[in-house]
Design a protein around this ligand. Structure first.
Ligand code: COA
Ligand code: AMP
Length: 633
């Protein structure tokens, strides 16, 4: 067995040879002869002369190799009181049929298909059907509002939207038709049609000439076969928050995604074909793309798709029930889910009702994992709890304790060491390497390994300037932290205006845009403050226009509604206060770091550059009215 150090070193010494070797583990129509082509760096070009199909690697290959009757997808939905299982053969049949529906709707190789769906098997079917025919899927999380959908429609001009009649949140049905109709209205790009799966909880009112019913279309469809595609063609676009209101359309290629994700299943997660793998996330996030859908299916695992919450559906034992019932071997979720369970059941009483003997390990990601949560999970589950760090841009972990290579000691507060393929370094603003233990910008020396983003959709300049300009020769992760003397990486905070709410990556810039659109708002700032459950919560401070005499409560209520309507409920924007002034530097920059420290009641120093220190008194009072900036005990 190789050790982690050997494996890691080999991946850096000759990346092309290392990954070409791993590429042999997947099915190619034409195997690649070349690893990476660095001639257009930082554009990431892996396996350029290979031909491949992601859907074939997820489904057909397993049916051909005798796994046809094995469960491929278990849908477990406490919110709709239903469960169902599709075998590899059944899933393949459905996917091939839906690929036929897409074809019949005029969708071809390279066309974009928007998927705006709840956590139901039809979402997986639609996504894999796109991959089957070479269409590029772009999934939008159900918690985003119409305007966010419209922004994405305008950015990647999908030909069709695949949707469902509703999502189900505890205590409320989220009807999708009004959101999709409004988005189509708002967008400048016109979408040809919608294909809609009707759920029994609510009906999508079919509009003639625009909408097709899923079941009707499937009934008359002709199954469509896998198309061999160039490895470098786009598999999907997934939008993620950047510093501005316009999200970044992260593009993943086909070959890199198949090779890297299949490899992570054995090397990071230590799961084998036939094992049950459960990523308790959502298909709208990268975790869902990589580990509800692609990774487990590439590996021939059974994947669990859970439509519910960690608590309240019906109780804090929900996760344990799913593990016992489906014999889950690996669970992957965000620390916030465990904080939610711990809050309701601090002593883990509910665990006693379930047999968790199938569970081999718990993986956490999406936000910094506080040592308390890690410790609690370890004590209660009695399995290794592995914090690992990654991003939409990378598609899988940059740092992890790779259980399939070598289980290293777990150090609370660190997602462990760099995953093979990632030369992780910490630099100061002069691009000099920081000594062990000192904080700086976390970067990855180029080339990035396969499966990481190849571009931003239609925005090559932004791709280059946002990620590769500040530190030439490196990928700038946007996270700050340090590496200790043993190579353990500690990811501490973002270096930009991105915040992380319940494991969801959100842009304060987008929220500021939404607030600025209110007619009474002259200026505003949104920052992320610490929250016990969700990690961070957004807080808005607004200055009103001169002469505005309306009651502040009315305006703040409108602002909360405005952010919810424009970004969506997922923004969890509920804290906003009116202030007279914002603290700024003499050059006019808002002192967000100071604001955050005051709100979080942590130690802070008066910034030397502040224009008017008296402003902070007023701000502190306003933050106290929101339950923040507590006075020292
Ligand atoms: N469609 C529509 N609305 C949605 C939604 C969806 N798919 N997902 C969330 N929302 C809504 C919620 O109903 C909530 O609305 P509300 O303001 O009316 O209550 C709002 O968006 C905020 O959602 P969320 O941040 O998820 O909070 P919550 O209170 O519903 O649940 C947790 C809190 C911790 C239980 C939940 O965030 C969770 O399970 N997190 C797991 C982390 C995770 O999946 N991370 C993904 C990356 S790994
Ligand atoms: P996303 O692109 O939505 O996956 O969010 C990526 C961001 O989430 C990273 O840049 C980090 O800021 C944060 N993040 C993800 N995983 C971790 C982790 N294990 N530890 C600390 N931060 C994390």
């Amino acid at each position: 067995m190789t050790t982690y150090q050997e494996e890691f070193q080999r991946s850096l010494d000759d990346p092309a040879a290392y990954w070409l070797e791993r590429a042999k583990d997947v099915h190619w129509s034409t195997p690649p002869s070349q690893g990476i082509d660095s001639s257009r760096s930082p554009l990431n070009t892996w396996f350029a002369d290979g031909e491949i199909n992601a859907c074939y690697n997820a489904l057909d290959v397993h049916v051909e190799n005798g796994r046809g009757d094995q469960p491929a997808l278990i849908h477990d939905s406490p919110v709709s009181s239903s469960q169902s299982t599709l075998s590899y053969r059944e899933l393949l049949d459905q996917v091939a049929l839906f690929a036929g529906v897409l074809k019949a709707s005029g969708i071809d190789r390279g066309d974009r298909v928007m998927v705006y769906m709840p956590m139901i098997p039809q979402a997986v079917i639609a996504i894999l059907a796109c991959a089957r025919i070479g269409a590029v899927h772009t999934v939008v999380f159900g918690g985003f509002a119409a305007k966010e959908l419209a922004i994405r429609i305008d950015d990647c001009s999908p030909k069709v939207i695949v949707s469902a009649s509703c999502g189900i949140e505890p205590g409320r049905i989220v009807e999708y038709e009004p959101l999709v109709a409004e988005a189509m209205q708002l967008a400048s790009n016109k979408v040809d049609s919608c294909i809609v799966f009707q759920r029994s909880q609510c009906q999508w009112p079919i509009v003639e000439g625009r909408d097709q019913d899923w079941d009707t279309s499937m009934a008359s469809a002709t199954p469509s076969d896998c198309v061999p595609l160039r490895s470098t063609e786009p598999l999907y676009i997934l939008y993620t928050s950047g510093t501005t209101g316009s999200p970044k359309g992260v593009v993943k290629d086909i070959g890199g995604t198949v090779v890297s994700l299949k490899w992570t299943m054995s090397s990071i997660y230590n799961v084998k074909p036939g094992d049950v793998y459960w990523a308790a996330s959502d298909i709208g996030w990268v975790v869902g793309h990589s580990y509800i859908i692609y990774g487990p299916l590439f590996q021939g695992c059974t994947t669990v798709m859970y439509e519910g919450k960690p608590v309240g559906t019906p109780d804090a034992g929900a996760f344990w029930r799913v593990i016992e019932q489906h014999k889950v071997k690996v669970l992957f979720t965000a620390p916030t889910a465990f904080r939610a369970i711990k809050r309701v059941d601090p002593n883990g009483e509910m665990l006693k009702d379930y047999d968790l003997s199938s569970l081999q390990a718990l993986y956490l990601a999406g936000e910094r994992c506080d040592p308390d949560t890690l410790q609690w999970a370890q004590d209660k589950l009695k399995v290794p709890v592995i914090d690992h760090w990654w991003q939409t841009e990378t598609g899988y972990a940059i740092c992890a304790n790779c259980q399939g290579i070598e289980a290293l000691p777990i150090i609370a507060g660190s997602p462990s060491v760099a995953v093979p393929g990632y030369d992780v370094q910490v630099l100061n603003s002069e691009a000099e390497r920081m000594p062990a233990g000192e904080i700086g910008s976390i970067v990855v020396k180029l080339p990035l390994p396969p499966g990481t983003f190849i571009n931003l959709w239609g925005a090559e300049d932004r791709f280059k300037s946002a990620y590769f300009e500040r530190f030439p020769g490196y990928y700038e992760t946007g996270d700050a932290g340090f590496i200790d003397e043993n190579g353990y990486v500690f990811v501490m905070a973002r270096t930009d205006d991105v915040i992380n709410v319940a494991g969801h990556r959100l842009s304060t810039g987008a929220m500021e845009e939404a607030l600025s659109n209110h007619p009474d708002v002259a200026e505003c700032a949104v920052m992320g403050v610490h929250d016990e459950l969700k990690g961070q919560l957004p807080v808005g401070l607004v200055i009103l226009n001169d002469g505005c005499t309306r009651p502040h409560e009315d305006i703040t209520a409108e602002l909360i509604k405005q952010v919810r309507n424009s970004i969506g409920p997922v923004a969890a924007f509920k804290l906003v206060a009116v202030v007279d002034k914002l603290p700024k530097t003499r050059s006019g920059k808002i002192l967000r770091g100071t604001l955050r420290s005051i709100a979080d009641s942590t130690d802070w120093k008066m910034p030397a550059t502040i224009e008017d220190p008296t402003v902070l008194e007023d701000i502190t009072q306003s933050l106290r009215s929101l339950g923040l900036a507590r006075e020292p005990a």
